[in-house]
Design a protein around this ligand. Structure first.
Ligand code: GRF
Length: 218
């Protein structure tokens, strides 16, 4: 990576993670935003800050696969060092994942591998879980299945409901994601033979902040 690493953020909605990544950017910059929804709140926010925005909508393409190729081409055109999915509601095809292997990450509102997919907070309550949280992971061809980079967790309280859990989990997301992206940008976290590698500084900071890493014994 030459200069300050540029992150392209992919969104479909309100964009609170995008805004938070921007506000807390240390060691990286938000170079571009790609959205599959032109009326996403995050799009208006990015435009107000003169962050380049590309809209790629399904309706503009004759097929789903052509649309997904369009997303890949739009992201490639932004020449990112890193690609961060932040509430992007499109499952990306293998060609996209191959193009950004080791540089493509997602944030998910559960402690993966538990509760991949949608409605995580509701499902956590229904299952009587006592722990919940969020995960930043590399993206692979599955849905929320890539190598786990880091997790932040909270205790589910007896009076929690899906809304309260969503709010508390989002606050954790806003702590975890910029921390991970900053260390990916600084090459202190990397992917080697499908295994996540961490610098000793990252391990130390994770311990201090209460974040869980993969393959690291406590
Ligand atoms: C977040 O909960 C994120 O974990 C999930 O989608 C939501 C996006 O929220 N992937 P926002 O658009 O960043 O506010």
């Amino acid at each position: 990576m030459d200069g300050i690493p540029s992150v392209t953020v992919l969104i479909s909605g309100r964009g609170s993670n995008l805004i938070n990544l921007f506000n807390r950017a240390r060691g990286y910059r938000i170079g571009a935003v790609v959205s599959n929804k032109r009326d996403a709140a995050g799009v208006a926010w990015a435009r107000e800050r003169a962050i380049p925005v590309t809209i790629v909508e399904r309706e503009e393409y004759p097929s789903l696969s052509a649309f997904k190729d369009g997303v890949r081409d739009a992201v490639s055109a932004t020449q990112p060092d890193l690609v961060a999915l932040a509430g992007f509601m499109v499952v990306l095809p293998p060609t996209f994942i191959a193009a950004f292997q080791g540089r493509l990450v997602n944030i998910h509102p559960s402690l993966l591998p538990k509760f991949p997919g949608l409605d995580t907070h509701q499902r956590v309550i229904a299952s009587g879980e006592t722990q919940h949280g969020c995960t930043v992971h590399y993206v692979d061809a599955g849905v929320d299945t890539g190598a786990i980079i880091a997790q932040a967790s909270l205790a589910v309280a007896p009076n929690d409901n899906p809304e309260s859990l969503a709010e508390r989990t989002l606050a954790l997301e806003h702590e975890l994601y910029p921390w991970v992206i900053g260390h990916l940008a600084g090459s202190e976290i990397s992917l080697c033979n499908a295994r996540v590698q961490y610098s000793s500084r990252v391990r130390q900071e994770a311990k201090e902040r209460g974040f869980r890493l993969s393959n690291v014994s406590e």
